[in-house]
Design a binder for this molecule. Sequence first.
Ligand code: GAR
Length: 189
Amino acid sequence: DFTCVVFISGTGSNLRAILEAIDSGALAGVRVAAVVADLDAPGLAFARERDIPTHIVALADYDSREDWDRALAECTGRYAPDLVVLAGFMRLLGSPMLEAFGGRMINTHPALLPAFPGAHGVRDALDYGVKVTGATVIEIDEGVDTGAIIDQRALTVQEGESEEALHERIKVIEREMLVDVIAKRARTQ
Ligand code: GAR
């Protein structure tokens, strides 16, 4: 099996898409060994209902960011993942995670990088007034959304569209792309 550990902070729509693709056979041979969150994220429910182990590793429970990052690396390492997938994980990872899983960590972002990196990609793109935006899957490096681009998908912004409506449309293309990227990794491993 191609083993993944998925990191989330939010509703887990990307996690759900991965799990459903495994169920349907679209991600045959892929296994989500565990889901890790930095808070009690609603999306953990998708893992719990499938009896996939979940871990909440909260920054506030550690003396330093480095200790927190080390705890994440230790927790993740127990599952010996082929790939760590950040699927809406809203915190930056530091050197312990990078040293342990560099080259085997991907992130999905709701904008066309290198435009609009960071925590508010959808809002920042809307505020700028772009007419085309989308989603990007990147490799993780030490920067903020600076890793090599693996795939991108674009869509046209609608007149007067709200941040929420646009983000929902981005998430549709984002999760399809993320599943495709994981499938390709699993095939070429
Ligand atoms: C996704 O759109 C993801 O790209 C974004 O958070 C959302 C999580 O949605 N991540 C970032 O903005 C990272 N900087 P989900 O919890 O429903 O999968």
